[in-house]
Design a protein around this ligand. Sequence first.
Ligand code: DHB
Ligand code: MG
Length: 229
Amino acid sequence: MEPTPENWAAADRWLSEALVGHDPALEEGLAAQQAAGLPAIEVAPLAGKMLHLLTRISGARRVLEIGTLGGYSTTWLARALPDDGRVVTIEAEPANAEVARSNLARAGVAERVEIRTGRGAEVLPTLEGPFDLVFIDADKESNTTYLDWAARLGRPGTVVVLDNIGRDGEIVRDDSEDPKVRGTRDALEMLGSDPRFDATALQTVGVKGWDGVAIAVIRASAVPRGTSS
Ligand code: DHB
Ligand code: MG
């Protein structure tokens, strides 16, 4: 097989069939999202399940999501929580929040999710931590602001996941004028240099093209990268 977009998307679909399967509530939610005219930029099924597993593996009870869109990743996160767990999810577009509200109800997780409508920079200062896991998947220009809030609203051991770190390889371009690339590069440099984080990144190819996620943990204190904290 050649490593072409067609072939890696086919492999992604096969892996999704093998490992994720089908969920009527999630799939109807995506159809409703499309019918409402929202962009199809939700996480891929395998990535949704990765968020779900990271939430379970970390034993998270309070999750913060920045960027709800139609509630697809929100559903994966909410389903990983115990009955008394909560996802607080921030969405700037009221119309998106309405789609998400209906999708979360269809998936049976509405009671575990609090949607806060507004821009991240306005909503985040009103929240009270600590959150055990933070998923950042909103306007890329604000990624460093969101990372700063993740650190402030987290605690030592909080897991931070940042979506869309590859951007078709554009991430290497230090002369990029694309604000999404700049915002993502700045965030990755922050994850590598800010002593509050210890981070890595995984490039992905699949149904969403060539992209990836960064995964970080909030440190107990400022110690050299890669050593225990
Ligand atoms: C875009 C945003 C996303 O969160 C994503 O997963 C893919 C693309 C975008 O704004 O281009
Ligand atoms: Mg994304």
